[in-house]
Ligand binder design. Structure first.
Ligand SMILES: Nc1ncnc2c1ncn2[C@@H]1O[C@H](COP(=O)(O)OP(=O)(O)O)[C@@H](O)[C@H]1O
Ligand SMILES: O=C(CO)[C@@H](O)[C@H](O)COP(=O)(O)O
Length: 509
């Protein structure tokens, strides 16, 4: 570290599901340091699996707030906590000093799907699912913070009334660095079912439908490139941060990844982390009943579209463990030795209730569309990966997205290290796949956003700030003939998805 100590840099942080990651980016936009703390491995005392605790109902999913954490989780600060944050002593760990600062110790995270009742209430209050989507960018989603807050208020009104501030994980993490409450930024704030994405103010109707006195507990949202203040003296005295170091508003992992991949209009980004997400840059928002529209994190006039798939890397790991002796190289071998289109076999693998679409369970179909109970091990692996990417293409097209001759797919996240998985992505989408040098695009994007925030007073556009950044590298091109194979298979997948959806609908629906 000594040789880096005098280097002017921005740090980008990613508080994700399974770990906290950091990168340091210098003024020439080179990443010169990366590190991470993996919750299961490095903090075993919290006894998490994949970074979370799944409760007995199978729907409630939380993380210990003292450990933590990542986007679409919420943090409930107890009355008096800001005072504690402002007077932290550098002699003690944050964990020791913040123990008594939270009114809820197990914070709901993005994997939680236990707030269906609150979702229906919110939609009913504002005139239906499409009305809510037009206002906030999304119909009601279980993991979105407004619905999570409504559940906490209904189930635990005392804890709610003891709460003086509610943060997202992003603004919570910024608050730690700031030494006082940091505001929520417009882009991550769009994932709450509470923010009017056009006017960028809280919706009074939505706030009122979720819980009383909520506006005061949330504070006013700010543009994503705002400098929210100077670093807390705690980090200066304990960890040697320079006193002049500024904190730029933290945002969600997907908006940060959009910045890290320097997405351009027409491109499509696919993040293969704990969750799989897909996002696009949009000029005109067209909120619908599926997917989300967020305020754009680097251009306040524009938007981004986002789809989130819950059964991402953890599902791939399960099938790897069951069918490929816990080895990614065996897993890859299966992808290389099976044919494109998998002989017509296809499958749906949703061990936890999926978000897009709302299906649970494993469902396998042979070439005659008959449901079968098992596939040979290598067919199973190809069915999983082809199915995951076919779902992404079909649902992206549902948002109005079309692959154009110039389309690039930008892949990121842990599984983007696997070139055989990227080959299937290129084949299913019929477009070339590019990667950036680090799979940590959310971290890198956060550091780029910090440079943008520092330059914001000069009105410099984000594209100008990051023009020196390294270009993405080509990782896979579509195999000749892939288009014809998947054209037919995609149609079958869409029909079978509808069939499974109808057969497995939740009883309450
Ligand atoms: N070679 C590989 N092939 C497929 N998946 C991989 C490979 N290496 C890592 N992964 C997956 O990457 C995941 C972590 O991705 P990451 O983007 O770091 O997640 P998060 O940011 O949500 O913590 C792991 O759960 C693992 O399944
Ligand atoms: O909820 C969403 C997006 O809406 C997820 O993308 C989470 O933000 C999880 O992030 P990772 O841990 O997979 O990076």
């Amino acid at each position: 570290m000594a040789e880096h100590s005098a280097r002017h840099c921005c740090l980008g942080w990613d508080f994700s599901t399974q770990q906290v990651k950091v990168v340091a980016v210098d003024a020439e936009l080179n990443v010169f340091y990366e590190d991470s703390v993996h919750f299961d491995r490095d903090l075993p005392e919290f006894r998490t699996q994949g970074g979370v605790h799944v409760h007995e109902d199978g729907l409630t999913v939380t993380s210990p707030v003292l450990m933590w954490v990542q986007q679409h989780g919420s943090v409930y600060w107890k009355a008096g906590a800001n005072q504690v944050l402002m007077s932290l002593t550098p002699d003690l760990l944050l964990r020791e000093q913040l123990q008594a600062c939270f009114s809820i110790s197990d914070s709901p995270v993005w994997m939680d799907s236990s707030t269906t009742a609150q979702c229906r209430q919110l939609e009913a209050t504002v005139g239906g699912a499409q009305a809510l989507s037009s206002l906030t960018g999304s119909r009601a989603y279980e993991r979105f913070t407004g619905n999570q807050i409504a559940k906490i208020y209904q189930k635990n009104p005392e804890a709610y009334s003891r709460t003086e501030r509610i943060s997202l994980v992003s603004s919570f993490a910024a608050s730690l660095f700031l030494g006082s409450y940091s505001p929520i930024d417009h882009s991550d704030g769009s994932g709450m079912n509470l923010l009017q994405i056009q006017d960028k103010v809280w919706s009074q109707a939505c706030l009122g439908a979720c819980a009383p006195g909520l506006e005061e507990k949330l504070g006013q949202p700010v543009p994503s490139c705002s400098v929210v203040g100077a670093i807390s003296s705690y980090f200066v005295q304990r960890y040697g941060f320079p006193a002049g170091c500024k904190v730029v508003a933290f945002t969600g992992d997907n908006p940060a990844s959009l910045a890290g991949m320097r997405l351009e209009e027409g491109d499509i980004a696919v993040s293969l982390g704990t969750s799989d997400t897909l996002f696009l840059w949009l000029q005109e928002p067209m909120p619908a009943l599926e997917g989300h529209i967020f305020c754009n994190p680097v251009d306040p006039q524009h938007y981004m579209a986002l789809l989130c798939f819950k059964n991402g890397s953890l599902m791939r790991e399960k099938i790897r463990d069951e069918s490929a002796s816990r080895s990614w190289s065996e897993f890859s071998k299966a992808l290389r030795s099976t044919e494109l289109g998998n002989g017509g076999n296809l499958g749906f693998y949703f061990d936890v209730m999926e978000i897009t679409p709302e299906i649970i369970g494993r469902h396998r179909f042979n070439a005659e569309n008959h449901e079968v109970s098992a596939f040979p091990w290598d067919v199973e692996i190809r069915a999983l990966i082809e199915g995951q990417f076919m779902a992404k293409k079909i649902h992206a097209e549902g948002l109005g997205y079309r692959v154009m001759p110039k389309t690039k797919i930008l892949a990121t996240g842990g599984a983007s290290h696997n070139k055989d998985i990227l080959q299937v992505l290129a084949d299913v989408f019929g477009a070339p796949v590019y990667v950036i040098d680090t799979a940590n695009s959310a971290c890198v994007g956060s550091a780029y956003r910090a440079f943008h925030g520092l330059a914001a007073g000069t009105n410099m556009p984000f594209s100008e700030v990051v023009k020196l950044a390294p270009n993405p590298r080509l990782a896979a091109t579509p195999t000749p003939g892939a288009f014809q194979v998947y054209e037919a298979l995609l149609q079958r997948y869409a029909v079978l998805e509808q069939r499974v959806l109808t057969q497995t609908r939740r009883p309450s629906e």
